[in-house]
Design a protein around this ligand. Structure first.
Ligand code: ASP
Length: 302
């Protein structure tokens, strides 16, 4: 059994505000990432490759808050965070606050595979990207008109503070390949109007991203500060491994019993050792998709 799930962020626009045309665009973007990631698994590729491919497609899609179209900091720049984890050996790579790397998930994977470190930030991460020959772009590549307007809206309104609603559309993927290997990846521009230098949960191993063979793989989205404090992704895997909870119960506990009372909302996608997928959220919606070798193929927002 092979399976993949993706998300394009929790905190989707309220249902009443999402036009049919725009919904169709989101669904098409999700379908492209889901099907390309699934094709990797179908051709016998690894879960690691499947999550990399899926997240890269979502990073390139301006609709989602990662890569091109990322949410902007309070000074109007894009600062990107990403992580990837290989459940086979629990190796992980992550980058934070990068401003010029076209596909941060690719750099996270290079950190995992080509360096002796787990997390690189800012200029040091970008120097490594240069050495690895990855594609670097001016920061303007990431900044779409829509994100510039979103930032202006935040800065005009009552949201001018450090405590703002989550940016919409962080992206992530989890997968189980035919060999039973699990992997997870997450990528984001973080939260709109964040302070320069702010790092969210996505690149923090155990908070927004985690994978361990035989247990589960998790990618989170939502108000990152809460996911860091709850060590969210690791909590889910630990509940499955050490307390024997079913994956869906572990996810529900995290979102509704732990994050809820703290005041943190969001969602996550997860896949367990058998390829069972769970996608749950405490926001009004979460862009998401799931596909497996039993014939399941779902794309949903609310
Ligand atoms: N979790 C991300 C962050 O806090 C934002 C999101 O998922 O929308 O950086």
């Amino acid at each position: 059994m092979h399976a993949i799930a993706i998300h394009g962020g929790a905190g989707a626009a309220p249902r009443a505000l999402l036009s049919a045309e725009r919904e169709a665009l989101y669904r098409a973007g999700l379908a492209a990432a889901l099907d390309r990631g699934y094709a990797v698994l179908e051709q016998g590729g690894s879960s690691l490759e499947a999550v990399t491919v899926a997240v890269k497609i979502l990073e390139d899609d301006p609709l989602f808050n990662a890569g091109h179209g990322a949410a902007l900091t309070r000074d109007g720049a894009a600062e990107l965070d990403s992580a990837i984890m290989d459940g086979r050996n629990m190796r992980a790579g992550a980058v934070a606050s990068v401003r010029h790397v076209r596909n941060p998930v690719e750099l996270a994977r290079h950190v995992m595979e080509k360096s002796r470190h787990v997390l690189l930030v800012g200029p040091g991460a970008e120097e490594f990207a240069l050495e690895e020959g990855l594609s670097l772009v001016p920061n303007t590549y990431f900044r779409t008109q829509e994100r510039i307007e979103q930032l202006a809206f935040e800065q005009r309104g009552e949201h001018v503070s450090d405590i703002v609603p989550p940016g919409k559309g962080t992206v992530g993927a989890v997968a189980r390949d035919a060999d039973g290997n699990l992997a997870a990846a997450t990528s984001t521009g973080g939260m709109t109007n964040k302070r320069p230098g702010r790092v969210g949960d996505s690149p923090i191993i155990g908070a927004g991203t985690y994978a361990k063979n035989g247990v589960c793989a998790v990618s989170a989205t939502g108000h990152g500060e809460y996911f860091i404090r709850a060590v969210a992704a690791h909590h889910v895997c630990a509940a499955v491994e050490y307390r024997g909870l079913a994956l869906e119960d572990a996810v529900r506990e995290l979102l509704h019993d732990i994050l809820g009372p703290l005041g943190g909302d969001g969602g996550l996608i997860a896949v367990d050792h058998a390829g069972r997928i769970v996608m749950d959220f405490s926001t009004e919606g979460m862009f998401r998709g799931a596909r497996d070798s039993n014939g399941r193929r779902d794309i949903a927002i609310y």
